[in-house]
Unconditional design. Structure first.
Length: 132
């Protein structure tokens, strides 16, 4: 089910999503949406999107602002992407983030994934380079 798949992903962050029907609401670790942190909302959205991509057979997901996660949680994100690719939940994943250094402090998920850095400077404009 959608909830089971989302919770399999959220388990990497020690979170669990539940749905309540009357009144309708989504809870995370028993807490109502108004009490969720921004990163909890981001993680729940990621898990929900990954679950939907499999259930609907779209097999695609996109996530922005991965740079909002600290280094440890960024590693968890890539473990989740690896899991989704290995289990066939997704076939294409686009992840976006902003980094202040030329070498982003992240690893490449799975061996069949390319990692690119898009840089802009006033002198050279936009450049795209492979970083993995």
């Amino acid at each position: 089910s959608l909830t089971d798949r989302a919770n399999e992903v959220l388990g990497h962050f020690d979170l669990k999503m539940s749905f309540q029907s009357d009144p309708w609401e989504v809870r995370l670790n028993g807490h109502r949406l108004v009490r969720w942190s921004e990163t909890q909302k981001w993680r729940a959205g990621l898990a929900f999107q990954l679950a939907l991509s499999e259930i609907t057979s779209v097999k695609f997901m996109i996530a922005d602002a991965i740079s909002n996660l600290d280094y440890e949680n960024r590693g968890e994100l890539f473990d989740i992407v690896d899991l989704g690719l290995q289990k066939g939940w997704v076939e294409q994943v686009l992840l976006f983030g902003t980094y202040a250094t030329a070498n982003p402090p992240i690893r490449t998920p799975a061996e069949n994934v390319a990692l690119y850095a898009v840089e802009w400077t006033p002198e050279s404009g936009t450049t795209i380079k492979s970083v993995a």
